[in-house]
Design a protein around this ligand. Sequence first.
Ligand SMILES: [Zn+2]
Length: 98
Amino acid sequence: MDDSLQTPEELEKQIASLTDDVALAFLKKIQNRPCEACGVGDWFMIPDMKVAGWEEPLSRGVLNPVFVISCKNCGNLRSFAWARILYFMNHEYPKHGE
Ligand SMILES: [Zn+2]
């Protein structure tokens, strides 16, 4: 599965699909653990930074999307590979009403 070849339109659609409900279901599915920095288990999603991009220096600035959560206590950021999020949305997230 190569998600790096997606078009910007596809990516935009995927990001829109990651609603707060889906994101919370993902964190539940993986049994998201307390913060490794401070031990507090209280996370939140920064509205404008729910999905960020990690730059690939060897690919001339290609951006890899990541899903980001922040620790409410210390501000530590935890990020998840987009391919994992896509797998969750496509194969693991229960589809209601289908
Ligand atoms: Zn923390």
